[in-house]
Design a binder for this molecule. Structure first.
Ligand SMILES: [Zn+2]
Ligand SMILES: [Zn+2]
Length: 245
C-alpha cells in the first residue's frame, strides 16, 4: 500500500513565508496529522480541508510550532465534531503537555480536567512500533533537540524517517539506512549558522551521497529559494505538494 506525504507547512520556527512544519501522512483509508502547530488549522484551510478530515494526531515534542494548534483541535473536535481524536504521544510528554501547555486554555471545572477528556490518548514507548491503522505504523526514536526537553523522531512503516526537530546525528542516519533499510529521510534543516538545537545544511552535506539521495529537507527558513541547487544530492520538500513515499 502506498504511503503519501503532504506537508501542511515546511517552515522553521521563525518562518513567515511558510506554515509550521506539520505533515499529513496518509493512505487510502487513514490520515495522520504529524504535529499540530499554531498555523495547522490555517494550513488545512488553505488546502480546503479542516481538522474534521484528520483521523489521528501524533506529537513529536512541545514547541508552539508543533503543539500550538492543539487547543483549537481539541475544542474543534469537542464542539464541532463531537468526537475525541486519537492523540499519539510519547508517554513522557503526556503530563507536561497537559500541565505546562494545554491546561491553561482547555481546563473547565468538571468537564475538561485532563488530556483524556478531549483526546483519545495513546502513550507511546520509544523503540516500539505501533500500528496507527492497517497501513501506517510509527516508532518513536528519542533524539536530541533542547537540553532537558524530551523530543522524538518517528520511523514510519519501518522505512521512512521523520526527524522532527533534532541536532545532527549522523550515527543514527547511517544506522537507519545501513541496518534498517531506511528508504526516505524527511529531515529538518537550518540553512545558516551553528546547529545549537537544529541540524544545519552544512552538517547534512557531510553525509555520503547514497544517504543524501534519500533526504528531503523541511523545517527551513524563508531564504530556502537561495539554496536551490546548493543542497548536493538532497531534495527540498515543498509544502502542500503530495509525495509518494
Ligand atoms: Zn520546530
Ligand atoms: Zn522544536
Amino acid at each position: 500500500m502506498t504511503l503519501k506525504l503532504q506537508m501542511l507547512g515546511t517552515g522553521g520556527a521563525f518562518s513567515k513565508s511558510f506554515f509550521n512544519n506539520n505533515a499529513l501522512i496518509f493512505d487510502e483509508n487513514f490520515t495522520l496529522l504529524v504535529d499540530c502547530g499554531v498555523t495547522a488549522s490555517m494550513a488545512l484551510h488553505a488546502l480546503g480541508r479542516s481538522f474534521g478530515s484528520v483521523d489521528a494526531v501524533l506529537i513529536t515534542h512541545i514547541h508552539a510550532d508543533h503543539v500550538g494548534g492543539l487547543e483549537e483541535l481539541a475544542f474543534s473536535m469537542k464542539i464541532q465534531y463531537n468526537r475525541k481524536i486519537p492523540l499519539y504521544i510519547a508517554d513522557s510528554l503526556v503530563k507536561p503537555l497537559w500541565e505546562n501547555t494545554l491546561s491553561g486554555g482547555l481546563y473547565q471545572d468538571g468537564a475538561i480536567t485532563s488530556l483524556n477528556d478531549v483526546f483519545d490518548v495513546h502513550p507511546l514507548q520509544p523503540g516500539t512500533a505501533v500500528d496507527l491503522s492497517p497501513g501506517i505504523s510509527a516508532e518513536l526514536i528519542k533524539t536530541q533537540h533542547i537540553p532537558g526537553k524530551d523530543s522524538y523522531s518517528i520511523y514510519f512503516n519501518n522505512r521512512v524517517f521523520y526527524s522532527a526537530d533534532m541536532t545532527f546525528d549522523p550515527e543514527l542516519l547511517h544506522q537507519l539506512v545501513n541496518e534498517r533499510g531506511c528508504e526516505v529521510i524527511l529531515h529538518e534543516c537550518q540553512l545558516e549558522g551553528v546547529g545549537m538545537v537544529h541540524t544545519t545544511l552544512e552538517e547534512l552535506r557531510s553525509l555520503p551521497e547514497y544517504i543524501q539521495k534519500r533526504i528531503y529537507l523541511m523545517h527551513y527558513d524563508d531564504e530556502i529559494k537561495r539554496y536551490e541547487g546548493r543542497t548536493d544530492a538532497m531534495h527540498i520538500l515543498e509544502q502542500q505538494r503530495i509525495y509518494e513515499l
